[in-house]
Design a protein around this ligand. Structure first.
Ligand SMILES: Cc1ncc(C[n+]2csc(CCOP(=O)(O)OP(=O)(O)O)c2C)c(N)n1
Ligand SMILES: CC(=O)[C@@H](O)[C@H](O)COP(=O)(O)O
Ligand SMILES: [Mg+2]
Length: 649
């Protein structure tokens, strides 16, 4: 199907190359940008925005955040001297403009195999330093880099650009606490304050930033300048320009910022993040002040693109393939795992008033929005604060609630200790719902939800389920919220649901999906977990066709263990007489399900060989989920080949 500038083949979309405007095309690095005259900057900003919309609408990506930082990123590269000065983008989802200004002008394959990644990447450029897309780390990086530079007598600046959302994360404040005590370190913290994470940023800090942003006396000063000076010809214009240039000073006069100053940081702000002159003036000033300085910049997420500016939900925080003019999706999203969770949790909340939803700044993406709309006082957004979310959930459980913390699998990594010590040790009935578990693909190394099984398998008492379809997800959730004395965890992948996968029989150790319901000697058992249940079934089908007519009478049984951890004793018994066990898991092999199964089997003196097919211990480069699954040998063909190889079929 041909659709405007996209060719859609099945679910794959092919892209034509997008051409940058003349000014943008002339920039191969920060030196070219520095050579531009001030009056050329608005045109460059316009060309960048157009390029972003044209390119990102074809591939999907973080459009809204990047549209908001066009002038800011230009100013950073004109005032500082990257890579000698270090620019760090917290989370990194807003670094597209930085890429465009540092020689990466081909976004044709943004976030696709072989193309530019969606985050800073050391492999791509010497201008990229921090690749980690888990939020709230930039100031710690800046603290560390500047600490060592100071020790070496290197006075180059380190600039950490951090969003108001990322600033709700505890790590940011731990870093500020460290930085603020030393005045010899040339660190500039730029707070990119657009008032939003996905949705509006929550909490006391957000209110404080709001107050600074909307101080009426400051607005009045600017409005007065506009009205009285701009109507007085050239001299008035010059005076207004001067006021603009001075605005940071004006701002300090009308809204002195006690909080940051008391912490020991010099504060400059607020600065209009879409006014290149004001931005450069403020950043120059921050640079010359020396020591840690915080520059508070006000930006508009989605700036300059009407569909994003008007998007109530999240200002086009992250989009799929969209029509560039309307912003409407071109590839309709199919009913997915998140939607099932969203629906089921409301039903459960209707029945059980103790259920409380918890989110770390991702209420809509994790599916808690419908519950919030029905029960506004029963869904808590804690900000980007996963560690706090987990411990607070333990507290809620102590006080009588059953918290359900819905979070992307990769972001639970940082709260391991809290799950262990605050939830499990205290036997708290908290349910963790991990969306985006397993290979996610296009967001690159840090977003794959591949560590959770290994990490969580170490936690005493924790029960972990990996549903394979809609019905098993609903059933797992129904059961999880009844467990009141231990953590329960449910994981599922990104994207669309498979068709229902029915069980031949449900047993105490899981669902038998194909093969023999009763134990058979010398059978091959495929333990097909979660999103790989379908793969296991297809592989079994192909294998059974291969052995048909063969006198060996090989039975291939597919079992979905559903509640995978702790490994069930009776499952191990079932495997005792098998010839081979193949474990399919959308997670890390090291310490994963197969590893836990082997441990349990050894305890029970069952020595059936277990072949593990999961994700080897490595960071996965960005590519589509399908491509990665194929490359890892987790698709049907590879499973069939593995079994044939082992059995010499
Ligand atoms: C530890 C962690 N939790 C959650 C996320 C998901 N996430 C990505 S961007 C974002 C909102 C960031 O808001 P802000 O820092 O203000 O940046 P903006 O998008 O507004 O520019 C969230 C919650 C993440 N990247 N890292
Ligand atoms: C930067 C970040 O962490 C999120 O924006 C994430 O990229 C969203 O991922 P999904 O598109 O899978 O919701
Ligand atoms: Mg923000």
């Amino acid at each position: 199907m041909k659709n405007g500038k996209h060719t859609i083949i099945g679910t794959m979309v092919e892209f034509e190359k997008v051409t940058p405007g003349p000014l943008l095309a002339s920039i191969s690095g920060p030196a070219d940008l520095k050579a531009l005259r001030e009056e050329q900057l608005p045109q460059l900003a316009q060309e960048i925005r157009k390029y972003l919309v044209d390119a990102v609408s074809r591939t999907g990506g973080h459009l809204g955040p990047n549209l908001g930082v066009v002038e800011l990123t230009m100013a950073l590269h004109r005032v500082f001297d990257s890579p000698a000065d270090t620019l760090i983008f917290d989370t990194g989802h807003q670094a597209y403009v930085h890429k465009l200004l540092t020689g990466r002008l081909d976004f044709t394959q943004l976030r696709q195999a072989g193309g530019v990644s969606g985050y800073p990447s050391r492999a791509e450029s010497e201008h990229d330093v921090v690749e980690n897309s888990h939020a709230s780390t930039a100031i710690s990086w800046a603290d560390g880099i500047s600490r060592e530079r100071a020790r070496q007598g290197n006075e180059r600046h380190v600039v950490a650009v951090i969003g108001d959302g990322a600033l709700t994360g505890g790590m940011a404040w731990e870093a500020i606490n460290n930085l603020a005590e030393s005045d010899d370190r040339n660190v500039v913290i730029v707070v990119n304050d657009n008032g939003r994470s996905y949705a509006p940023t929550i909490g006391g800090l957000a209110h404080h930033l709001d107050a600074l942003r909307t101080s009426p006396s400051y607005e009045k000063a600017l409005a007065w300048g506009k009205k009285h000076l701009l109507s007085h010809g050239k001299p008035g214009e010059v005076a207004f320009e001067a006021l603009h240039g001075l605005k940071t000073g004006v701002r300090e006069l009308v809204a002195p910022n006690a909080m940051f100053a008391e912490l020991g940081l010099k504060y400059i702000g607020t600065v209009d993040g879409h006014d290149s002159v004001a931005l450069e003036t403020a950043l120059q000033r921050a640079k010359s002040l020396g020591g840690p300085v915080l520059v508070h910049v006000i930006t508009q997420k989605g700036r300059g693109y009407t569909p994003a500016e008007e998007d109530v939900a999240d200002r086009f925080h992250a989009v799929g393939v969209i029509h560039p003019e309307t912003g409407l999706p071109l590839v309709p999203s199919r009913f997915g795992w998140t939607a099932v969770f969203a629906d089921e949790i409301v039903k459960l909340a209707d029945e059980d008033p103790t259920i409380v939803g918890v989110t770390a700044a991702m209420m809509a993406p994790v599916g808690l929005k419908p519950m919030f709309e029905k029960y506004p006082d029963r869904v808590v957004d804690v900000g980007i604060a996963e560690q706090h979310a987990v411990t607070a959930a333990a507290g809620m459980a102590f006080a009588g609630a059953h918290p359900v913390f819905a979070v992307y699998a990769t972001f639970l990594n940082r709260a391991f200790d809290q799950v262990l010590m605050d939830v499990a040790l205290h036997k708290a009935g908290v349910t963790f719902v991990l969306d985006r578990a397993g290979v996610t693909g296009d967001d690159g190394a840090s977003h794959n939800g591949m560590w959770d099984i290994s990490l969580m398998s170490m936690i005493p008492g924790l029960e972990l389920a990996s549903p394979r379809d809609e019905a098993t997800l609903r059933a797992a959730l129904q059961r999880a919220v009844t467990v009141k004395d231990a953590p329960t965890l449910i994981r599922y992948p990104k994207g669309a649901l498979p068709d229902p996968i029915l069980a031949l029989e449900s047993t105490e150790f899981g669902d038998v999906l194909a093969g023999s319901v009763t134990q058979v000697a010398d059978e091959v058992v495929i333990l097909a977990t979660g999103s790989l249940a379908e793969t296991g079934l297809e592989a079994a089908f192909q294998l059974s066709q291969a052995v048909e007519g063969d006198a060996s009478d090989l039975t291939i049984t597919v079992i979905d263990p559903l509640w995978m951890l702790p490994v069930k004793e009776n499952l191990v018994k079932r495997l005792a007489s098998a010839k081979l066990v193949v474990c399919l898991e959308d997670g890390l092999e090291t310490g994963g399900y197969a590893a836990n199964l082997r441990e349990e089997m050894a305890k029970q003196k069952v020595f059936t060989p277990v072949v593990s097919k999961g994700i080897p211990k490595q960071f996965l480069q960005h590519a589509s989920r399908g491509q990665i699954i194929h490359e890892l040998g987790l698709d049907t063909e590879a499973v069939v080949a593995t079994v044939r190889d082992y059995l010499a079929l």
